[in-house]
Structure formats: structure tokens, C-alpha cells
Design a protein around this ligand. Structure first.
Ligand SMILES: Cc1ncc(COP(=O)(O)O)c(C=O)c1O
Length: 291
């Protein structure tokens, strides 16, 4: 079947990979127990805050629901929801905060400030509470109630922007707040912070390579800040010959929380996004993704 976006079955296949785990999956059978060591640079922090060890080294699972339709294709997903904050955003936020701490940018009363669609906000709030660092998060007002409640439950301050202003308004408001009182905040700015994509370059991608034993032909992901696509894409392309990166393009509305189409003229393109690593773009509607 075709619609305005092309063959429906092809998008359907990839949508499942992005949005979440369907009920039918099993742990990857290649190298399921492969983990990567923590980076030496952060070892002291991992001793001081042992809960940091819970972030990353997530399992890779095989998605079984495509087996009948595409018997020759094997599809795997990283179970990022098993991170303590419930998403892959724990990885970049851990690295950005540890680097800020090493560089003396936090820890002396500065409030960690950033905008988020919700999941990075949870990671900031959770790790900020652990490190005894105050946190303020700007989210679009239509972020899910659960995400907002969890950010507040960790003791972080929540600022909400008008959902009608679009998903980039939270980002703009974060900059306005930081500019008004520069001394008060450490503006982490995940859209421009190099440690965002580096966290995926140094953890997510090496885990995928180890767990798949390098037998990987395609990597599929959506874009929020672009950290995942840029970091994983750069590392896979360095280490695995011929691997291709596929970017999921969600609908504007109702959309998928955290993922952006980045196709409208006024859209802010994240500074850290390296679009040169993207080989293909695939449009996925929210209805298809949820099926
Ligand atoms: C669950 C989830 N996955 C993926 C992304 C997008 O990742 P990135 O910001 O690395 O592009 C987000 C962004 O908020 C997210 O919340």
C-alpha cells in the first residue's frame, strides 16, 4: 500500500524500532552480555555516585514482529527505557554534567538550566538531585504530565512554554532565561553541547557494535537534539564499513515527543547535528508508529 509518503509497509517496519518496544522481542542472540567499561575520566564520579553505573550498557533485543513480513531481515532495538531516567537521554546528560563538574562550571551554587521535551529534563533532575546541584528545566506545556511530575518529584524547577508557540519555544526561552541572569545559571544547552553527541560516540555506538559483533548494516533513529544520530552515526561509520544511517521524520502533529521533523522553514537546526551522517530519511506518521 502507498500513501503520500510512499510505501506504508516500509515505514511501519522502521516505526516500531523507533517509538518503543513491541511485546514480541527477545534478547539479542549475538553477544547479549557484551558491555563496555566506564570511561577512566569519569571513574571517580562513578565511585562517588554509584547510581551512575546504572546508565548505559542497555540490552539489545531482537524485534520479532517483522519476521513474517521480512524473513530475511533481522531488526534489533536498544532497550534504552531500562536507563534509570527511563530514556537514552540519561547518557548525554550524565556526560554533560560530569564535564561541567570537572570544568568547575557547576557545584558552587550555579543552577543547571536547559530546555527539554521531557526526557532530558528527567535525567537532569535525577542526576542534579544525586549530585546536589539545583536544576531548572524549560519544557513545552504539552509535554506529558508524567514527565513533568517526575521532573518536579526530583526537586527541579519547571518552566513551561506555550504549546501553541511550537516545540522550539522551550529552546528559545532557555536562552532568554540564561541571557537575563548569566551568573546564576550553567546553561547546559544540549542542542549545542559537544558532550551530548560524544556520549553516544563513546557509549551507545560501542555497545551496539559489541552486542551485534559488528554485523550491522543499518542504524535507525529520530532526531531531537541530533546527539544520537551524530554520535552513533559518526562512530558506526568509522568502525563498520558500509553501514547506513536512517533518520526517522515524524509528523509535525500529533508528533512524537522528543522527535522533530526539522523540515519547516522556521525550525531551529541543532548546532551539534551532523546531517552528513544521514544516508536516508523515512517519514513515519504517529498512527503508523503506534500500530
Ligand atoms: C526517548 C527519546 N529518544 C530519542 C530522542 C532524540 O535524541 P537526540 O536528542 O539525541 O536526537 C529524545 C529526545 O528528547 C528522546 O526523548
Amino acid at each position: 500500500m502507498h500513501d503520500k509518503w510512499g510505501p506504508v509497509h516500509k515505514r511501519h517496519k522502521i516505526a516500531r524500532f523507533v517509538v518503543g518496544l513491541p511485546l514480541s522481542f527477545r534478547v539479542c542472540d549475538m553477544n547479549p552480555f557484551a558491555t563496555i567499561p566506564i570511561e577512566e575520566r569519569y571513574a571517580e564520579f562513578h565511585k562517588r555516585y554509584p547510581a551512575l553505573n546504572l546508565i548505559g550498557n542497555t540490552r539489545m533485543v531482537e524485534i520479532l514482529c517483522f519476521k513474517e513480513e521480512f524473513p530475511e531481515v533481522r531488526v534489533y532495538a536498544k532497550a534504552e527505557y531500562t536507563n534509570p531516567g527511563g530514556s537514552l537521554k540519561d547518557r548525554p546528560v550524565r556526560r554533560m554534567l560530569l564535564e561541567a563538574s570537572i570544568e568547575g562550571k557547576i557545584g558552587k551554587g550555579q543552577v543547571v538550566l536547559d530546555s527539554s521535551s521531557g526526557n532530558a529534563g528527567i535525567a537532569y533532575a535525577m542526576l542534579g538531585a544525586m549530585m546536589n546541584v539545583p536544576v531548572q528545566i524549560v519544557v513545552p506545556g504539552n509535554a506529558s504530565k508524567e514527565r513533568k511530575l517526575r521532573i518536579q518529584a526530583h526537586g527541579a524547577r519547571l518552566v513551561q512554554t506555550d504549546p501553541l508557540e511550537g516545540y522550539d519555544e522551550a529552546l528559545r526561552e532557555g536562552h532568554r532565561i540564561a541571557d537575563r541572569e548569566p551568573g546564576k545559571y550553567f546553561h547546559c544547552d544540549q542542542y549545542a553541547n559537544e558532550h551530548n553527541w560524544l556520549s553516544h560516540y563513546e557509549t551507545t555506538a560501542p555497545e551496539i557494535i559489541a552486542q551485534s559483533e559488528g554485523k550491522l548494516t543499518h542504524f535507525v533513529a529520530g532526531i531531537g537534539t541530533g546527539g544520537t544520530v551524530t554520535g552513533v552515526g559518526r562512530r558506526l561509520k568509522k568502525d563498520i564499513a558500509g553501514v547506513e544511517v536512517v533518520q526517522i521524520v515524524p509528523e509535525d502533529f500529533p508528533g512524537i515527543e522528543g522527535l522533530k521533523p526539522l523540515e519547516n522553514p522556521g525550525d531551529i537546526i541543532p548546532k551539534i547535528l551532523d546531517q552528513s551522517v544521514v544516508d536516508h530519511k523515512v517519514r513515519v506518521s504517529s498512527a503508523e508508529a503506534a500500530r
